[in-house]
Design a protein around this ligand. Structure first.
Ligand SMILES: [Cu+2]
Length: 490
């Protein structure tokens, strides 16, 4: 361990035990029971399948041709529950959408065609993107139109993802299927010897519930969408009772007794997971915004909405025939199960490795901080809300209140984040330097999972582009119900 860690992700206990918690008694202010999540469980109206029956789908890969990827958002009917049809809104008609694989440092243009009957916005989550291409929530792509998004990708190799970000309706749109992974590669990472090809697999984990007809169930307050938000019971977040990985319920992946790299994403609206493998550790090699300095062995990995964990799992010492189950230790029953790996054969060859040094992360100098900002994520004052519900807010402000702050390009800031309940905090454009999992070394993240009544301090270099961006909670029900604010970079 290095002698000093100026950048740390510290849980500061009761930093945010504020008056807003007085609202906790109301029936709609649900804490998610024993799920480790904020929100309420939406029970499915159809029988769910037994776990570990269907194969894990691998989303198709999209690579740029002459720097361009074309992608259409459209409605389609897919089989998620065996023998039933579920209508989704999906990129290329699939959930999750195709996995984009591109090169860090090379400009990528994604041409989005909106073949839906609703407005959509495309956001590359974790991308360092000029504001006009970042997917600002009111920068809508209307039905029947298309637009190019230009991504310079001047950033590290990292497991990013892309999803809808339409004003007020991101929750229902992502829940309906508008999400996929976008993995950035670079030469340095290619040279490390980590598993590649068929042994480098995205795992998009998301909970969903189903209506009686097999459709995704989502409790919109107004199904006609003339006003936004969910019904009162789900004001804290929508928790599904079926865990999908790459769009399949509790699937199984047949693996060789070899090393695999998994790019894990929690694409749930509100559910937090703590992922654990039965008898095999995770070797975490990266976080949201790229490789750690050194690999860290972990028995379980907590993941809030939008967080990614880049891991290697070594099945080489697992006897052929063994089934290794991935569980969610935060819940029981269906939501406590995730997927299964079935070790079916010895590896013909495996020359992969996990080197001791993965990358270099230059430690930011806390003495160079020019501004320290306190950002409090909490329920707004009672009575300020829409449709009779209080609004979620940041420092008591919401999207419509103008900029929360203006930052100067090329400077370093310290953000002190605090909460009332669980809020995964995400800023567009910027990265947070935090302590690596396990505390040894540093990591770059774009989403920080804040526990109830807790705080965290992150160092934030203001890099990239000037313009207006959003900072929001990635519990998508909180985001749609106003826990999203503007900030500007000058
Ligand atoms: Cu939140």
């Amino acid at each position: 361990m290095r002698p000093s860690r100026r950048a740390f992700l510290g849980l500061a206990g009761s930093v945010a035990a504020t008056a807003v918690l007085a609202g906790c008694g109301s029936s709609w202010f649900t804490a998610g029971g024993g799920t480790g999540s904020h929100g309420a469980l939406l029970p499915s109206q159809v029988p769910l399948p037994d776990p570990f029956q269907v194969p894990l789908p691998i989303p198709p890969t999209l690579e740029p041709r002459n720097g361009i990827i074309e992608i259409a958002a459209r409605r389609s009917a897919v089989e998620i529950l065996p023998g039933r049809t579920t209508e989704i809104l999906g990129y290329e008609g699939t959930f999750p959408g195709p996995t984009i694989r591109a090169r860090a440092g090379e400009e990528l243009q994604v041409r989005l065609r909106n073949d839906l009957e609703i407005d959509t916005v495309l956001h590359l989550h974790g991308g360092r993107t000029p504001p006009e291409h970042d997917g600002y929530p009111t920068d809508l792509v209307t039905p029947g139109t298309d637009r190019p998004y230009v991504y310079p990708l001047q950033q590290r190799a990292a497991p990013l993802w892309y999803h809808d970000h339409a004003m007020d309706f991101t929750g229902p749109n992502v829940y309906a299927g508008l999400a996929g992974m976008a993995i950035l590669h670079d030469d340095a990472e290619d040279g490390l010897g980590l598993p590649t090809g068929e042994r480098d697999i995205p795992l998009v984990v998301a909970d969903r519930s189903f209506d009686g007809d097999g459709a995704f169930a989502y409790p919109l307050a107004d199904p006609s969408r003339t006003r936004h938000g969910v019904t009162m019971r789900y004001h804290g977040g929508v928790l599904g009772d079926c865990v999908l990985v790459n769009g399949a319920p509790w699937p199984v992946l047949e693996v060789d007794a070899a090393r695999y790299r998994f790019r894990m994403l929690n694409a749930s609206n509100a559910r937090r997971f703590e992922l654990q493998l039965d008898g095999v550790p995770f070797t975490q090699v990266g976080t949201d915004l790229g490789l750690l300095e050194r690999p860290v062995e972990r028995s379980s990995i907590p993941m809030a909405s939008a967080e990614r964990a880049d891991v290697v799992v070594d099945f080489s010492s697992v006897p052929v025939g063994t089934r290794v189950t991935m569980t969610n230790t935060l819940d029981s029953g269906g939501p406590g199960q995730v997927m299964q790996f079935h070790v079916v054969r010895r590896a013909a060859s495996d020359d992969t490795r996990v080197p001791e040094v993965l990358s270099t992360i230059e430690e930011l100098d806390g003495d160079a901080v020019v501004v320290t900002r306190d950002l409090h994520f909490s329920l707004g004052p009672t009575g300020s809300g829409h449709h009779g519900m209080a609004e979620w807010s940041v420092n008591g402000m919401t999207f419509h209140d103008g900029d929360v702050f203006t930052s100067q390009l090329g400077t370093l800031e310290r953000w002190r984040l605090s909460t009332d309940v669980h809020h995964p905090v995400h800023a567009h454009l910027l990265g947070f330097q935090v302590a690596a999992p396990g505390g040894d070394g540093l990591a770059w993240k774009d989403t920080v999972d804040l526990r109830p009544g807790s705080g965290a301090e992150v160092l934030v270099p203001i890099e990239g582009y000037s313009g207006r961006y959003v900072l929001h909670c990635h519990n998508l029900e909180h985001e749609d119900m106003m826990m999203m604010v503007n900030f500007s970079v000058a």
